[in-house]
Design a protein around this ligand. Structure first.
Ligand SMILES: [Zn+2]
Ligand SMILES: [Zn+2]
Length: 132
């Protein structure tokens, strides 16, 4: 029985020493995960923006191409100066107060958001989610 007890004590002490050895590494791992979380959070905020996830703000900053061109999907109302997408029904930019533009949802022609119909194809459904 002494042999078994010695074995148990040996295992217990050995595992205790192992835990003491690994503890700093586990702590480093946790700190590393925390730093990773901070980096990912920073990248998400800097690339996407906090406003993108806010349901209260109706506007959305559009991604800009490297040459500065603003790419807006068809039927989306946007400001050509600031590159901000607005919900259907918006007419003026809240930042620079200029007329908002939109690509005709039917033919893709650039029209003013305030226009009732498209000058090229004549459709009245110029916006995908028209709130009229
Ligand atoms: Zn604007
Ligand atoms: Zn059209």
């Amino acid at each position: 029985m002494d042999a078994i007890r010695d074995l148990i004590e040996y295992v217990a002490n050995d595992i205790g020493g192992l835990a003491a050895t690994l503890f700093p590494f586990a702590l480093l791992g946790l700190i590393g995960l925390y730093l990773l979380w901070l980096v990912i959070g920073y990248l998400r905020v800097s690339q996407v923006g906090i406003n993108a996830e806010s349901a209260v703000l109706p506007t959305l900053q559009l991604p800009k191409a490297p040459d500065g061109a603003i790419e807006a999907a068809r039927g989306v109302v946007y400001c050509p100066t600031d590159g901000i997408a607005y919900p259907a029904g918006a007419v003026y930019c809240t930042v620079c107060e200029s007329d908002l533009l939109a690509s005709c949802a039917n033919c893709g022609a650039s029209i003013r958001a305030a226009d009732e119909s498209c000058y090229r194809c004549g459709t009245r459904d110029t916006l995908i989610a028209a709130a009229r």
